[in-house]
Design a protein around this ligand. Structure first.
Ligand SMILES: [Cu+2]
Length: 118
């Protein structure tokens, strides 16, 4: 019985020794992973009017509406267009240079989102 207990204790120690570097790796790697800010399209509006992110971070657009939306920017130097998003669809886009970007939906002209990339 005593041998069994020692074996169990040893196994726990082995597990802890292996788990510690893994845990440390997760802690060290996490800050370098780009953050994903979520913007929802609902009731023909973006969920936020303005967001701020760092260079390299991305925004995920999720259509929780009952109608399709586009996601498009005509801001000089920051032009982009995501494919038409039907209800339930989502897409992410990363921003790799600083700026103030106006994002619109060309189906619903009142939809506007300002993205500040720092
Ligand atoms: Cu729209």
């Amino acid at each position: 019985m005593k041998i069994w207990r020692v074996a169990v204790r040893t196994m726990s120690l082995v597990r802890a020794v292996y788990a510690a570097p893994l845990l440390l790796m997760v802690v060290l790697v996490s800050p370098t992973l780009a953050q994903n800010i979520v913007v929802v399209q609902k009731d023909k509006m973006f969920s936020q009017a303005e967001i701020t992110l760092k260079v390299g971070e991305s925004v995920e657009f999720r259509n929780d509406d009952d109608t399709a939306h586009s996601v498009i920017s005509f801001t000089p130097g920051h032009e982009f267009e995501l494919k038409l998003q039907r209800p339930g669809e989502g897409q992410a886009i990363a921003f790799d240079k600083p700026g103030r970007i106006e994002v619109e939906c060309d189906i619903h002209p009142k939809m506007l989102l300002i993205i500040n990339v720092q």
